[in-house]
Design a binder for this molecule. Structure first.
Ligand SMILES: *Cc1c(COP(=O)(O)O)cnc(C)c1O
Length: 482
């Protein structure tokens, strides 16, 4: 352990370790040590390398191809985040290290990372404090709604409803329902955002919160947002911001300034961790001053002497929402990402994300139906309605895109658009890549007119054919054929 630590950041900086009982305490006791080597299957280093290299080549990801999966933000994340997460001072820390609870010298760096990331996210969103514990976006939503419930309970408010627009991510109504609220769905208007008059009709004293995604899943910003927040506060409700996709507004506006009381972020979408593949995520939740006392335990605090510690003594806290301290590796990568880009860099993320999406939307809108023809934010939604007249569905277009080496966009979501194709190019792609995708989409629109069967039989260029989805679901064959 000592050796490991000395090789880590602190060690490299020449920090001298004080003598520390914890190191002796951590040694594996003699009686628990193996007497014989374990009976493991033997493979040579070369066989191992070939196995993993082979597997890595079957992987489709942002590192290999363009991946415009709307609402998922499949953007490139700088490799330096992975590099720092590998530092042994971080990667070898164990969550049961007694030093962690006490905020001892071995764990100061990790606690500082959590503390400072929390401060940075508060600044970026205009919130008073964050919990870094939730392990995913949906987990953050549930935590946030639980905080809202704790707030109303402490005030003696009897509130039973949560208002959510019909374009919301499915996790929103699910989180509100799991937290015990009745979900009231509000339709979108012709502009693709929550209809203000319909909203007024269902807004009353029973409303605990309004959950909004802004820009929403159509990639559209709601111009009534301030009015909605003011009206909700007038009836004693709170405003919840689903900030899973913060790309579009980074450094441009802050949910806290607009009037939101609670926000969750997806670090694995916006802040430096690759998304997908079932890997770890993080859905930290930020709150305004009046909700701070309910935040989950533990929280990292900075002591007057400048050292860091974990705090558990919070009588009004909703308690634990996750084991230990959240997904530390993800929090660390977020910290690296924010420091790497800085204020100017984050603003450019937003500008380029929005520019790329609008560029693509403008180039494609004469070939595909664009249900909401107005300036979009970080993503936009096309409809394959016109192609459907020729029998071609969004699914066929998605399959044909595979032939061009692209991951298809999100299809059939949001539910309010027929044959939806939700495209999020992200800020990290070059103009050349965007143009190649646009060309492929235009060619496919032509094929839908001229030879629709070609799309229905796609993909053609891969060594797989179109899955029979029913059989695949009923009799899954998960063996790699090679
Ligand atoms: C991805 C997403 C979520 C859920 O996040 P998970 O980490 O997948 O649980 C919630 N809301 C929106 C708008 C999202 O895009």
């Amino acid at each position: 352990m000592k050796l490991i630590f000395e090789k880590s950041v602190a060690g490299r900086r020449g920090v001298r370790l004080p003598k520390c009982d914890v190191l002796a305490e951590l040694a594996v006791p003699e009686e628990l040590k193996r007497k014989q080597p374990p009976d493991l299957p033997e493979v040579s280093e070369l066989e191992t390398v070939r196995h993993w290299t082979e597997l890595s080549r079957h992987n489709f990801g942002v590192d290999t191809n363009f991946y415009p999966l709307g609402s998922c933000t499949m953007k490139y994340n700088p490799k330096i985040g992975e590099e720092v997460a590998k530092y042994q001072g971080f990667s070898s820390l164990h969550p049961l290290l007694p030093q962690l609870r006490q905020g001892g010298v071995l764990t100061q760096g990790a606690l500082q990372v959590i503390y400072e990331t929390e401060r940075l996210l508060s600044e970026i969103t205009g919130m008073a404090e964050f919990t870094m514990q939730p392990l995913a976006g949906a987990h953050g939503e549930l935590t946030g709604i639980m905080l809202i419930a704790a707030y109303h309970k402490s005030k003696g408010n009897r509130k039973t409803k949560v208002i959510i627009p019909d374009s919301a991510h499915g996790t929103n109504p699910a989180s509100a329902a799991i937290a015990g609220y009745e979900v009231v769905s509000v339709p979108s208007n012709n502009n693709g955002v929550m209809d203000f008059n319909e909203f007024e009709k269902v807004l009353n004293e029973e409303v605990a919160a309004v959950m909004l995604t802004c820009p929403n899943t159509l990639g559209l910003f709601n111009p009534d947002i301030k009015k909605i927040a003011d009206r909700t506060h007038q009836v004693g409700g709170l405003m919840y911001y689903d900030g899973a996709n913060l790309n579009a507004i980074l450094g441009k506006c802050r949910p806290g300034d607009i009037g939101f009381d609670v926000v969750h972020l997806n670090l694995h979408k916006t802040f430096g961790t690759p998304h997908g593949g079932g890997g770890p995520g993080a859905g930290p939740v930020g709150v305004k001053e009046h909700l701070k006392e309910f935040l989950p335990i533990s929280l990292v605090v900075k002591r007057p002497d400048g050292t860091y510690a974990l705090e558990y003594d919070r009588p009004k806290s909703i308690g634990y929402v996750a084991p230990f301290y959240g997904n530390f590796g993800v929090i660390l990568k977020c910290y690296v990402y924010i420091l790497l880009l800085g204020r100017e860099g984050l603003i450019r993320v937003a500008e380029n994300a929005v520019l790329n999406a609008n560029y693509m939307m403008e180039k494609l809108k004469s070939y595909y139906h664009l249900p909401y023809d107005r300036r979009c934010m970080h993503e936009f939604v096309l409809s394959a309605k016109r192609q459907k007249e020729k029998g071609v569905k969004a699914l066929d277009i998605a399959k044909r895109l595979l032939d061009f080496g692209f991951h298809p966009p999100t299809i059939y979501f949001p539910l309010i658009v027929e044959e939806a194709m939700m495209i999020e190019p992200t800020e990290t792609e070059s103009r050349e890549t965007l143009d190649k995708f646009i060309e492929a989409m235009i060619q496919i629109a032509g094929e839908a007119e001229q030879e629709p069967q070609r799309l229905k039989d796609a993909p053609h260029n891969l060594d797989i054919s179109r899955l029979d989805e029913v059989t695949a679901a009923r009799e899954p064959n998960l063996r790699w054929k090679g």
